[in-house]
Design a protein around this ligand. Sequence first.
Ligand SMILES: Nc1ncnc2c1ncn2[C@@H]1O[C@H](COP(=O)(O)OP(=O)(O)OP(=O)(O)O)[C@@H](O)[C@H]1O
Length: 237
Amino acid sequence: MSDLFPVRLEAARATRRGRTLVGPVDLELDGAGTTVVIGPNGAGKTTFLRMLHGTARLGGGRIRWNCTTEEARHHQCFVFQQPVMLRRTVMQNLIYPLRMRGMSRGEAEDRARRWAARVGLGSMLTRQAPVLSGGERQKLALARAMITEPKLLFLDEPCASLDGRAMREIEEILQEARAGGMRLILSTHDMGQARRLADEVLFLLHGWLHDRGAGPEFFTQPATPQARAFLNGDIVE
Ligand SMILES: Nc1ncnc2c1ncn2[C@@H]1O[C@H](COP(=O)(O)OP(=O)(O)OP(=O)(O)O)[C@@H](O)[C@H]1O
């Protein structure tokens, strides 16, 4: 299997009913670290992630992975802001993607136990997923995505419904995954989280990639006045 990266977006546009929601975007992303996508409400962060993942309609331009699109999709997972759960137990939710990939039940259950413990759901394996709290569901969604060891993980506002402690736990898991070589692309409204996690920042505004920078520098020296205003907490129009 060739690596997924670099991935190149060439005038890529996400459209819906003839309307451009994001783009055109020209961008090359390489294969290491964490890219954090920020921007005001409605700027297009979710749509941008979905366009890269292949679940938002590409209305123009191209996205070229360093392998076939099929291979690239096979090695990536997406954690949605409102995770969709099977109406089954935590254990069944965790083993499902592994069983789909042909893993034996015993091996899948072992791995599910390890991951449940890792995200703090070790005592909830027999609980029905729909009765979990928002934060627990978010952790289950993360574990269910990471359990398949994707090379690339998209996360849309992964900590939106979490308290401080849960957020720290999730960030630790993400940092570990990154250290282990998993490529992360995530959106967040939380600038503290963006600073803690970002190797690279993409700033979107009105569907445009407005600014881009390496993590630490972006936060101290954003290139555009709009990004500066956004980081200052001003209203950006
Ligand atoms: N399915 C859809 N149909 C029509 N318009 C859509 C659809 N999904 C998103 N949009 C529009 O596309 C634009 C970008 O939305 P998107 O959810 O990607 O932004 P966002 O930056 O993730 O927003 P937020 O921070 O509020 O989650 C918005 O104007 C939104 O209303």
